[in-house]
Design a protein around this ligand. Structure first.
Ligand code: GLU
Length: 432
């Protein structure tokens, strides 16, 4: 048994973590494809794990020490790729799990990337903008050449955004000699438009979630008009997915964020809710004509489609029993536990898995990276069209495997991702 699997199994009886979840998914898929045991050993462990403690001066003059992570899981298919997350729950196991999901996600999407993830263990709400800038810049400096435009390319994730990426790009480029600076702009993706960012990168993940729902509905002859949906997390992913679904005629009837849970059976107007949060310190609570609900009731709300677009391990066994939706579209990474998924599938609930459903983000990142590398500027229409084409192609591939091999969509997505990695390892062999 590989070390990582052993480590994970020993933790089995502690709180179920995301690492245990991704490893169980991987083991299941490895059995399905009868994965070469040597390649399984390689993919079961992470290539590199970096934990960095770094000091930052706070506004009051005190120095605070932060804990930052970057885990590079695998780079057989290309440079490491994956977001940076700022959250108090970030720890080494969470980052390992998220890095592995990135490897499967990029492999499934057919991108020339591997998988990585990172972040800082902290609650960004507790810091001023100036402090966040200094934390980000100091972390970037500490990462040094462990990241790089052709080596490991971070992007936004939970609680990080285009501004965070602009600080990282600027800091990283400042450490290079003047003549080399601009060719390092693609060290991160998800940058602001004026700083090498891609038009539409902000909406790419949420748009991709919407597209996956739309493709699924088309295949199953379901009309999205008047269907009801709920969204957990009203950040970048949740908002944009809701925006596009509402445009299609579906109705947002419940939202949950870190501050609370609100409902309105008649529908919550997505743009009004966004405007409201902007003037309410980011919170959805108190939105006119909405009713508050207990946090624990969220997944049991009456609806047709459920979009978890926040953190991992949200849909547990207990929650799976309560779910009324017929479709779960995973905007978040790892929102459904393995046990919960078994129950949901038995109950006939369809799940569009994270590595497919939220891959619009990293596909958008790939477009930005290409644009920077080639000194090009792409227009929004063209980008959205390319994203649509790519997402449809991947969705149909997954659906086909799931139908022909009679397996759920997550298993089908893993089969495609792992077979691609296996082919590459077989061609290349293992050095020396
Ligand atoms: N954080 C996003 C994800 O989990 C995007 C990663 C990227 O663009 O590199 O897929």
């Amino acid at each position: 048994m590989t070390t990582l699997i052993k480590e994970v199994k020993q933790k089995k009886h502690s709180k179920q973590g995301m690492l245990e979840n991704v490893m169980e998914q991987f083991e299941h898929a490895a059995e399905l494809v009868n994965l070469n045991p040597n390649i399984k050993k390689i993919l079961s462990v992470t290539n590199n794990e970096l934990i960095i403690h770094f000091p930052v001066r706070m506004d009051n003059g005190d120095v605070e020490i932060f804990k930052g992570y970057r885990v590079q899981h695998n780079n057989a298919l290309g440079p490491y790729k994956g977001g940076l997350r700022y959250h108090p729950t970030i720890d080494i196991d969470a980052v390992k799990a998220l890095a592995m999901w990135m490897t499967w996600k990029t492999a499934l999407a057919g991108l020339p990337y591997g998988g990585a993830k990172g972040g800082i263990q902290m609650d960004p709400k507790k810091y001023s903008l100036g402090e966040l800038e200094r934390i980000t810049r100091r972390f970037t400096y500490a990462l040094g050449d462990n990241i790089g435009p052709e080596h490991d390319i971070p992007a936004p994730d939970v609680n990080t955004n285009a501004q965070t990426m602009a600080w990282i790009a600027d800091t990283y480029m400042s450490t290079k000699k003047p003549s080399e600076r601009s060719k390092n702009q693609h060290v991160v993706t998800g940058k602001p438009i004026g700083s090498g960012g891609l038009e539409g990168r902000d909406r790419a993940t949420g748009y991709g979630v919407f597209l996956n729902i739309k493709f699924w509905a088309e295949q199953k002859n379901v009309h999205l008009k008047d269907k009801t949906f709920i969204v957990q997390g009203f950040g970048n992913v949740g908002y944009w997915a809701a925006h596009f679904l509402e445009k299609e005629g579906a109705k947002l009837v419940g939202v949950q964020d870190v501050f609370g849970t609100i409902i309105n059976k008649e529908g919550l107007v997505v743009e009004n809710l966004l405007d409201y949060t902007k003037n309410n310190e980011g919170s959805i609570v108190g939105f006119p004509n909405s009713e508050n609900r207990d946090k624990e009731d969220f997944f049991g709300l009456d609806c047709d489609i459920c979009i978890p677009a926040a953190l991992g391990n949200q849909i547990t066994e207990e929650k799976a029993h309560q779910i009324k939706a017929f479709l779960i579209a995973e905007g978040a990474n790892g929102p459904t536990t393995v046990e919960a998924e078994k129950l949901l599938l038995e109950r006939g609930v369809a799940i569009i898995p994270d590595i497919l459903c939220n891959s619009g983000g990293v596909i958008g990142s790939y477009f930005e990276w290409l644009q920077n590398r080639n000194g090009e500027l792409w227009e929004l229409d063209e980008i959205m069209e390319r994203l649509h084409k790519k997402m449809k192609e991947v969705f149909l591939k997954v659906l086909k495997v799931s139908e022909t091999k009679k397996m759920d969509m997550r298993s089908a997505a893993y089969v495609l991702a792992i077979e691609r990695l296996e082919r590459t390892y077989i061609q290349r062999g293992v050095f020396p």
